[in-house]
Design a protein around this ligand. Structure first.
Ligand SMILES: Cc1cc2nc3c(=O)[nH]c(=O)nc-3n(C[C@H](O)[C@H](O)[C@H](O)COP(=O)(O)OP(=O)(O)OC[C@H]3O[C@@H](n4cnc5c(N)ncnc54)[C@H](O)[C@@H]3O)c2cc1C
Length: 501
């Protein structure tokens, strides 16, 4: 095996393998190091229209046609029926009160359905990560990236224009050199210490997570939810289902292999009250508080041990430096609430790919990395502020609905701008670089986190509506929808123009 590489990537989750593939397409030599092996369980499964568009753009731009089918449910099922995934037509939210069954308020004030796509063919997916990540790492190997699994990093140090990485593989020491070093190890932060990166307090209250995969989780529509004669904009379970309650929320993502990913993210106070660290017993205690969710899991059985994450959010002080970069998922994480992990990781891959393509091995490369690092943390903070504002409104669901429109409006706007060939109109995640929306979003989130009286709440709602109106291409301010929103125009026209492959 050669010992000197252009690019060394530590971590072969979907993001590390994808970056390895792109770098190979750019003609660079690539080393991909993984401490475990594939296939393996990984959390983080639900995509979004923007994430899938970013994947599609990477596949097209870097001549990776075998990745294209994964950007839509229909093409994925036809091209890879052997690989599991889930159907995601939208984002479903239901608000719960302890001790009471979910009742479907007549005015739909206790629910929010936001369609992402008009049909199954062009719908988003939940990635079954054991299959998807294993596929990507095989693609990277086939593209002649050097892949070493079962490898533990011992040290990494910059020396004469190159990083020297010392590692141990199956008890044997190995030493490798690389011009560019990437930490793609997610929250493990495998290279944080070696690169002198420090963890700092994220812009979020401390939250915990508990999750696993189940079989036998009932569909809500089979339980008579949402109820009433009207037909929802999509089948509510073919979605990322969010059960929201004061203190936290539960996610439910169904795969087509009979498995369902489910878990809870909750404030420390709530998590400690149900003893989240105690795994399955805590899960049962949690469900006991919410009769409808308990019924949904009545016959469910975990198929893997529960994982307790004692602290979900994290953030580092630097995301890049001369010759090195952290992928966004190794630099910060807020919460799974809005499925922001994938689009942020994919945006990071886009930016690093462009830096490699245009400026690798020139003095401009490090300047690009510095800009990448700053933008990565800026976007992480903006996402964290919005999540914090949403957590603060779990007890006031009508406010939660309006605040969440900031996310949906920005996401639809970004997707539309990119599809219309004007990505510069939405250069930063959540339209942060939009001259009016960016500051308005930040101001709304700050106001949502500040104490307020009834008048202050009305002012906040008006400010949020004004901010949403700046980028609302999806009709999210149309009150006649009563919290059920059909697929936005960009998605409908995309469906009309894409014939089944
Ligand atoms: C509870 C939870 C739910 C989430 N849900 C969603 C969601 O629904 N949608 C969404 O968009 N995002 C979600 N996320 C975020 C999502 O998980 C991440 O954005 C995504 O997994 C990042 O992928 P990655 O490839 O960068 O890192 P990872 O998936 O974390 O992969 C990192 C890889 O690095 C390897 N590794 C770790 N340490 C080392 C080491 N020392 N040496 C070598 N290799 C190492 C690991 O074995 C792994 O293979 C969620 C996160 C959490 C915590």
């Amino acid at each position: 095996m050669q010992a000197d590489f252009d690019v060394a990537i530590v971590g072969s989750g979907f993001a590390g393998s994808l970056l390895a593939l792109v770098a190979r397409r750019l003609g660079l030599s690539v080393l991909l190091l993984e401490k475990g092996s594939h296939p393996r369980f990984a959390i983080g499964e639900s995509t979004s229209p923007l994430a899938n568009l970013l994947l599609e753009e990477l596949a097209t731009r870097y001549a990776l046609p075998r990745l294209l089918p994964f950007a839509k449910w229909g093409s994925w099922r036809r091209a890879h029926p052997e690989m599991s995934c889930g159907l995601k037509r939208g984002f479903s939210f239901f608000h719960h009160t302890e001790g009471r069954p979910f009742a479907s308020a007549p005015d739909r004030q206790d629910q929010l359905l936001v369609a992402a796509s008009p049909n199954d063919e062009v719908a988003d997916t939940h990635w079954y990560r054991p299959d998807f990540d294993a596929f990507l790492v095989e693609e990277a190997r086939e593209a002649a990236a050097e892949y070493l699994d079962g490898t533990e990093i011992e040290s990494a140090a910059f020396d004469s224009g190159r990083f020297r990485v010392d590692a141990v593989r199956r008890g044997k020491g190995i030493s490798l050199r690389s011009r560019f070093l990437v930490d793609a190890s997610g929250r493990s932060g495998a290279l944080h210490d070696a690169l002198g990166v420090r963890r700092v307090a994220p812009f979020l209250p401390s939250t915990q997570g508990l999750f696993t995969h189940f079989e036998g989780v009932r569909r809500l529509d089979e339980m008579g939810i949402p109820g009433g004669p009207e037909i929802p904009p999509y089948p509510i379970d073919d979605a990322a289902v969010h059960h929201v309650f004061p203190g936290g929320w539960i996610w439910i993502l169904r795969f087509n292999n009979g498995l369902t990913s489910a878990g809870v993210a909750a404030s420390d106070a709530f998590a400690d009250a149900v003893g989240l660290a105690r795994g399955e017993a805590a899960w049962k205690r949690l469900l006991g508080r919410f009769p409808t969710i308990r019924d949904q899991f009545e016959k469910a059985r975990p198929t893997l041990p529960f994982v307790h994450a004692p602290r979900l959010p994290f953030r580092v002080d630097r995301a890049a430096g001369p010759g090195w970069a952290l992928l966004p998922s190794a630099a910060a994480f807020a919460d799974p609430l809005l499925s922001t992990g994938f689009p942020l990781a994919l945006l990071g891959i886009h930016r690093l790919a462009e830096a490699l393509e245009k400026d690798f091995a020139t003095p401009r490369f490090d300047t690009r990395l510095a800009a990448y690092g700053a933008l990565t943390l800026e976007e992480a903070d903006r996402s964290a502020r919005l999540v914090a504002a949403l957590y603060g409104s779990f007890g006031d669901f009508p406010l939660f609905v309006e605040l969440s429109k900031l996310y949906f409006a920005a996401a639809h706007f970004s997707e539309s701008a990119r599809r219309l060939g004007r990505p510069e109109l939405a250069g930063s995640f959540l339209c942060g670089s939009h001259p009016q929306f960016g500051p308005a979003l930040d101001a709304c989130c700050r106001a949502a986190l500040a104490p307020r009286d009834a008048k202050g709440r009305e002012r906040l709602l008006a400010d949020v509506a004004r901010a949403v109106a700046l980028v609302d291409l999806a009709g999210l301010l149309d009150t006649s929808r009563r919290n059920w929103f059909p697929a936005p125009p960009v998605s409908v026209s995309c469906a009309a123009s894409s014939a089944p492959a």
